[in-house]
Design a protein around this ligand. Structure first.
Ligand code: HEC
Length: 123
């Protein structure tokens, strides 16, 4: 084999390895099947997400954009008008949230979506 061929193979193999590692990391973060979205509770699962990621801007005292997400009654209108999911999924026509920060993890978004699919209950 020519030296250049060997070098090229090495280069290809290295880049394959690097991309394999990249995907491994994503799978480690969100392996399929380990995101438990069963029986989501507003108080136990959903509210802590808002408190951690949103309510520095969306508590009653901050209320940026007039959006308040610190009680069930305040959150419900944004469930019903689609803005909550639209914004955290970064869908067109909605402001991407959390503003100025990376998108929530897929698992976190799935948990909120599952709570909504289950009827968005005050549980
Ligand atoms: C750094 C401050 C900040 C954070 C953190 C933040 N928001 Fe917002 N949010 C805003 C501002 C300002 C607006 C109003 C202006 C706009 O729509 O861009 C807004 C608007 C919204 C709207 C209305 C969107 C629309 O299209 O009308 C929703 C729903 C919302 N935020 C949900 C959230 C959720 C859920 C989180 C957490 C995952 C979050 N926000 C985190 C600042 C923030």
């Amino acid at each position: 084999m020519k030296l250049t061929t060997i070098l090229w193979s090495l280069l290809v193999m290295t880049s394959l390895l690097i991309s394999a590692c990249y995907y491994d990391v994503e799978e480690e973060l969100y392996p399929s099947g380990t995101c438990d979205t069963a029986n989501m509770s507003f108080s136990q699962d959903v509210m802590p997400i808002f408190n951690q990621n949103c309510n520095i801007c969306h508590s009653a005292s901050a209320a940026q954009g007039n959006v308040i997400l610190d009680t069930y009654d305040a959150v419900l209108p944004y469930v019903n008008n689609g803005k909550l999911l639209g914004s955290i999924r970064h869908q067109g026509g909605f402001s991407a949230m959390p503003q100025g920060q990376p998108q929530l993890s897929t698992c976190t978004i799935d948990k909120i979506a599952a709570w909504i699919t289950d009827g968005a209950m005050n549980n």
